[in-house]
Write a protein that binds this ligand. Structure first.
Ligand SMILES: C[S@@+](CC[C@H](N)C(=O)[O-])C[C@H]1O[C@@H](n2cnc3c(N)ncnc32)[C@H](O)[C@@H]1O
Length: 377
């Protein structure tokens, strides 16, 4: 791994000290979920809350909107279709990263003559909010007046809610199937270093894991390790609750539940990104690397439909973008290269999925017209 600069290392040490204090105050260990929450979002220190580069070629990882404006243009085509069906409405983007998705979508929506009333952004990171404002001012200055940053979810919303790689950034619980019941991975400290330690899963997690296991075709084998996002239902419930009319569109890497908890995936999906290297050590340079887990799309569909949304489609990113005309949008050779990166199975095409939900919207979404995999959930 490339060594961080002395400045970055000092930053990481400050966050590590905060984590060690919290572990000591909790009596020697905290859940991994809490560790991940602080590592990513501790005010002023967490990976997303503080000022590291993160996205793009010079950062730690590249997301689809960073890779090519073609991705954002296709999302704009899908949003335009919904906004037209609603005869107006807003867009709400959750976790807007560098702001490039917002800038490219707004430019395309202007070209399609289907601009939203407002483009709202909910971003938990103050540092990223600033970066988004700069990106929009540089790349889409004429659109800046449409954009509003929110401190919290609005009480009611009509239009399209968009989240690209939002769900993979939610803190997750790590568990292990014990001979009887489940253990939760906690984080302790030994000799100043973070170490894993196992504790019996607390009640809420144990109940969620028991429900999960009974929904699988076979029980999990002893010592099977994976993750579960306990926060997911509450987030989807809030989104379903505030959406009065329109659609929710989520794009992320993940699987159906059966594939996620397949016996072969016995070490789970926890993944860290540091300077374009993917690895599985979440204790490396806290605050300087991203920590993620894949998304259980069956859990997303269950939680959203239980909260009153209608499943509108589930497709691979490749099929979703092709249905929205990415091939026609591509144009020159550079475009063709970007289409390959976004759609080929060995690149982002199959690992990433798009999932949409609707409420009081009478529309078959174009993004799922090529190959809808909803039946596989
Ligand atoms: C992996 S990044 C993806 C950024 C961007 N969407 C992109 O595709 O480049 C995850 C983003 O979600 C934000 N985030 C995490 N939890 C959130 C929440 N509960 N509400 C809104 N944003 C959140 C992070 O601060 C970050 O901007």
């Amino acid at each position: 791994m490339p060594a961080p600069t002395p400045e970055a290392l000092a930053h990481s040490q400050r966050l590590s000290a905060l984590l060690r204090d919290e572990i000591a105050a909790a009596g020697g260990a905290i859940s991994f979920e809490r560790f991940m929450e602080l590592a990513l979002y501790a005010p002023g220190l967490g990976y997303y809350s503080a000022g590291a580069r993160k996205f793009g070629a010079e950062g730690d990882f590249v997301t689809a909107p960073e890779l090519s404006p073609l991705f954002s243009r296709c999302l704009a085509v899908q949003c335009a279709e919904v906004l037209a069906a609603l005869a107006g409405g807003d867009i709400l983007e959750l976790g807007a990263g560098s702001g490039v998705l917002a800038a490219d979508m707004l430019k395309e929506l202007a070209r399609l003559q289907q601009l939203p009333g407002r483009y709202l952004i909910l971003e938990v990171s103050a540092d990223l909010r600033e970066r988004q404002r700069r990106t929009l001012a540089e790349q889409a200055p004429a659109m800046l007046a449409k954009v509003e940053w929110l401190e919290r979810l609005p009480p009611a919303f009509s239009g399209v809610i968009v989240g690209n790689e939002l769900l993979d950034a939610l803190p997750i619980s790590r568990f292990r199937r014990a001979p009887r019941g489940f253990d939760e991975f906690n984080v302790g400290v030994e000799g100043g270093r973070f170490v894993w330690c196992l504790r019996p899963a607390p009640e809420e997690l144990r109940a969620a894991l028991t429900t999960l296991e009974t929904s699988l075709p076979q029980p999990l084998v002893e010592d099977y390790r994976s993750e579960l996002c306990v926060r997911l239902p509450a987030l989807l419930y809030s989104l379903a609750d505030l959406l009065t009319r329109g659609a929710l569109l989520l794009v992320d890497y993940g699987y159906t539940r059966q594939a996620y908890y397949h016996p072969d995936r016995y070490m789970g999906t926890l993944l860290c990104h540091y300077r374009q290297r993917a690895h599985d050590n979440p204790f490396l340079y806290p605050g300087l690397q991203d920590i993620t887990a894949h998304v259980d799309f069956t859990a997303v569909a269950e939680a959203a439909t239980a909260a009153g949304l209608e499943l509108a489609g589930y497709a691979t990113q490749a099929h979703f973008l092709l249905a929205l005309g990415i091939a026609e949008q591509a144009g020159d050779w550079r475009g063709a290269r970007e289409v390959k990166l976004l759609t080929l199975p060995e690149e982002m095409g199959e690992r990433f999925k798009a999932m949409a939900f609707s409420k009081r919207l009478d529309l078959a979404l174009r993004g799922f017209s090529l190959h809808d995999l909803s039946h596989s959930l």
